[in-house]
Design a protein around this ligand. Structure first.
Ligand SMILES: [Zn+2]
Ligand SMILES: [Zn+2]
Length: 419
């Protein structure tokens, strides 16, 4: 795997000469594995990556962009990404699903006429928008695992594994105060060849920036040690740090974890193949293809089955409340049927639809999307959507996708009926 840093800075570009060595462009990291191109974040650094791709004979016109989140310093370079203006090129933009800020809206919104003269539709390449939950997706020979990190409005960390080497990308994350919930960060970083992590603050700065959603270089060192990573890369440098001050905290970090580097302008890294792979190659043993390598970590939601099922909607009316039982799965296979079935049940007298999730064991991005569609469709008809009997695992998905900010959740149907 080959990695190149095109944007290393956090929050806002810093084009001043005293910050040029570590770089002034905001987050963008190019990851290459064979023909596979993965771009981590689309801060202003993606502009120069675009220039590089335009003259790269090995670039096949396709790339997968994984956004950590939608803060400016992670999306602002998209309108200046030259390959996206070339007809025939294709970019799959991945980001976390949020019911109140959809990925495609966020991308198109920053190019709204109030902010920018060029519309996203004027970019001639083909875009696909892929909203992720915590899951593992395959991109070429790489598996990419997403996990939520602690950051205002949420942020995804990613783990990329091509079967030979593994990188973890954890920008914009603040360790939880009690450290108990950092298991997702450890899961991403565990045994990685390279951990690229947010080191925006010094431990001294942090005291006045609690809750801003960023780590210190000391947090990075501690997590790298505990997670057993081979190399640590300090990333997302604070805009108020010049090159000399980054040199200073890099030296301190190296005292505690010698294999530490700091991301710098156009730094390239080649990750070596894993020892076992190297041995296999040396003795001529055929090694497993990445596609057959098990996912790096198990998804947070129980994945029972994606198969179509013979499910019929169950419902009852109590006064002005319609109770609907959810199917065991809510996924791409049945989300349209689910939506249509609920809409068919609506009558003039209703005030509220309560979705009873007792049976729901599995939900994917399409299922989450169908809940959002249902919420909108009911709202247009003046009806409220509420939920009851929500398991803790499904509740965590609803929390993180911000459903709980717009949909009421009751412990049971009786509470939902009385409200
Ligand atoms: Zn940021
Ligand atoms: Zn952020």
């Amino acid at each position: 795997m080959r990695i190149k840093f095109w944007g290393t800075r956090g929050s806002i570009p810093t084009p001043e000469p005293t910050a040029m060595r570590y770089g002034g462009d905001t987050s963008c990291v190019e990851v290459r594995s064979g023909d596979t191109l993965i771009i981590l974040d689309a801060g202003t650094g993606i502009r120069k990556l675009g220039h590089s791709l335009m003259t790269d004979p090995f670039f096949r016109g396709k790339g997968a962009i994984f956004l950590s989140h939608f803060h400016w310093d992670h999306i602002q370079g998209i309108p200046f990404f030259q390959p996206a203006f070339v007809p025939g090129n294709e970019f799959h933009i991945h980001g976390c699903f949020k019911v109140d800020s959809r990925l495609e809206d966020a991308m198109r919104g920053q190019m709204g006429s109030l902010y920018f003269p060029v519309k996203m539709d004027d970019m001639a390449s083909c875009f696909q928008f892929i909203e992720l939950l915590e899951e593992t997706v395959q991109v070429g020979d790489c598996s990419v695992t997403s996990r939520y990190l602690n950051h205002p409005q949420g942020c995804f960390g990613y783990r990329i594994d091509n079967g030979k080497s593994t990188i973890a990308y954890a920008t914009d994350c603040e360790p939880w105060p009690d450290r108990r919930r950092d298991d997702k960060l450890f899961e991403l970083a565990s045994g990685a060849d390279l951990l690229i992590m947010d080191s925006q603050f010094t431990p001294e700065d942090y005291d006045t920036h609690v809750g801003w959603g960023h780590s210190t270089w000391l947090d990075c060192v501690e997590i790298a040690k505990e997670a057993g990573v081979k190399q640590l890369c300090l990333f997302h440098h604070d805009p108020y740090r010049d090159d000399e001050s980054i040199d200073a905290y890099l030296a301190k970090a190296r005292e505690r974890f010698p294999n530490t580097i700091a991301a710098s302008r156009e730094l390239s890294l080649d990750l070596l193949v894993k020892e076992t792979e190297a041995e296999d190659l040396a003795d001529g043993t055929e090694h497993e293809s990445a596609a057959s390598t098990p996912a790096a970590s198990t998804p947070a939601i129980t994945r029972k089955s994606n198969a179509p099922e013979s499910w019929e909607i169950a419902s009852r009316e109590e006064g002005a409340v319609l109770f609907v039982s959810s199917p065991p799965n809510l996924s791409l296979m049945n989300s349209r049927k689910f939506h249509e079935s609920v809409m068919d049940l609506l009558s003039e007298e209703l005030h509220r639809v309560v979705l009873d999730l007792t049976n729901l064991e599995y939900i994917d991005s399409a299922g989450i999307g169908s809940l959002a569609l249902l919420f909108d469709a009911l709202k247009k008809r003046g009806l409220e959507l509420a939920l009851c009997n929500v398991s803790s695992s499904i509740m965590s998905v609803l929390d993180i996708t911000r459903f709980t900010t717009i949909i009421k959740v009751y412990p049971d149907p009786a509470a939902a009926a009385q409200a």
